[in-house]
Structure formats: C-alpha cells, structure tokens
Design a protein. Sequence first.
Lengths: 125, 125
Amino acid sequence: MSKQELPVVDVTAGACCAPLACEPLNAAEADELAPLFKAIADPVRLRLLSLIACHEGGEACVCDLTGAFELTAPTISHHLKVLKQAGLIDSERRGTWVYYWINPAVLQRLSAILEPQQGAGLVPA
Amino acid sequence: MSKQELPVVDVTAGACCAPLACEPLNAAEADELAPLFKAIADPVRLRLLSLIACHEGGEACVCDLTGAFELTAPTISHHLKVLKQAGLIDSERRGTWVYYWINPAVLQRLSAILEPQQGAGLVPA
DNA sequence: CTTCTGCTTAGACGAACTTCTAATCAGCGG
DNA sequence: CCGCTGATTAGAAGTTCGTCTAAGCAGAAG
C-alpha cells in the first residue's frame, strides 16, 4: 500500500477505559466511534467479519470469502480494506494467498459501548 | 406520520435468540442487522442516543437535544427519525413537547452480536 | 523471461446519505 | 380566532458509498 488515502484510525486510542459511564458522548468521541460502527454497518462486511471469525484457525483466505457472495473480487477486496482500515481485521500475505483475521479487542470495545450496563456503556443500567 | 416512506424495521424479529453461535451470518440476517448498525454509525446519532440515555428520567425532550449541536432543528429531527425507525428509540408527545427514550433491548442485541464470547456473538471466544 | 492465478488499485457511475431552507402541523395563550 | 413556540415534513444541493470494469502488482511454475 504505497499510497495512503483513506483515514487511518488509531484503534488503541481510548480502547482501554470503559467508555462514558454516563457523561454523554462528546463530539470528539462520537467522531472517533462512528467510523467504527460505519465499518460494520453493511451486510457484506458483517458477513465477511462473521466468515473470518468463524473460519477454522480464526483466519480466512480471500478465496474462502469471495465464494460466499455474488460480488466481484474487487468489491470484496474493497470491503476488506474498509474493515482493515477501521482496525476490525488484519491481514498477512503468505505466498500466494492473503489471510485475514479478526481483531477481537475492537469488536469488544464496540460491544461494551452498546451494553446497557452500569458504568460500561451508552445506557445507564 | 400519515405517510410511511422509510422502511419499518421489525425490532422484535430475531431478538430472542443469541445470534449465530458460530455459523456465519447468512445474507438475510446480515441484511436485517446492517440497518441497525447503520442507524448508530453517525456521530450525531451516537451523541443523541447517549444524550437521551443519560438524561435524567431516561427520557429527553427534543429541546434538550438541539442545544448540544450546531445543527438546525430539522436536521436533529431527521436523525431522531432514523433512530426511531431503527427501533433504537421511541417517542411520545406530551402537550407542547415531544419526549424520546431509549429501547435498551435493541442496543443489548447489537452489543451481544459484537461480543467475542462463546455462543453469543460474531466471534468464537 | 513468460505466463498463469490470486488479489488489489484506479476510475466511473448510480444510489443513498447529510444538511440546509421553506413550509406545515400541533398545542397553548391572549 | 389569531399568533407564538416546538417539532416535523418536503424538497434541493452537495457529499459519500457500493459496485462495476479495466488495469496493475505479487508470487509460483514452466
């Protein structure tokens, strides 16, 4: 990836602390979180995420994924790029094939934000 | 709301069961879930959700919300409509003002889907 | 080196989204 | 009834998004 055009999201930023006990989200936090949710807010990307997560070994080759959709390879590649730039997945080339795997920490963070549980999420309790 | 134009999401559908132990999401499930995530995948709507959830009494008047943004009232109204049609919030008019409150069940469902925990989410464990 | 396969990048196009202004509806008070 | 305030609807403008085709890069094999 020689040319970096899409914004790079710092996945680790703010990932440590349980977000917003119940001070409402400020604009900066919302601006940081929204792109993460946007990345999973697509049927194809949701399924890709699921396919990768559920694949044996916890990782999947692109060739394992394209067959599940009636979409062209470039389109799948595009969606994988979106997920990767959001920090939700990571990838590595091994010889001929490129493998993708989930970054559970980011998913966990998003999950915790939506959890209606004391001190841990968007909703009081 | 005399004219119903935007699609109505059946919030209760599939809300009972822990989603997809680890059979990957099928297309129909993904098509149903993606609009919910899309509804929260916006900085303004994330903050609206948070503001409503954290407001005393668990509900907020529109007039409590508009002040937090540098956006016009119709824009806020639009975002509230999106959240409402996704089933994330509900509302009621009481005299002059309209009050909004969170539907925690839907948020909980989304949270559970992202949870990397056995048998409950997108990610194995 | 050449060719083949796997995957990504580049660019284009139509659909969807966010925001605005202007207009409308709903309730309250003179 | 009339005007005022709170909130929504309608329609338009600009931007972003999802998908495609065509082209390019990376590794393996002849």
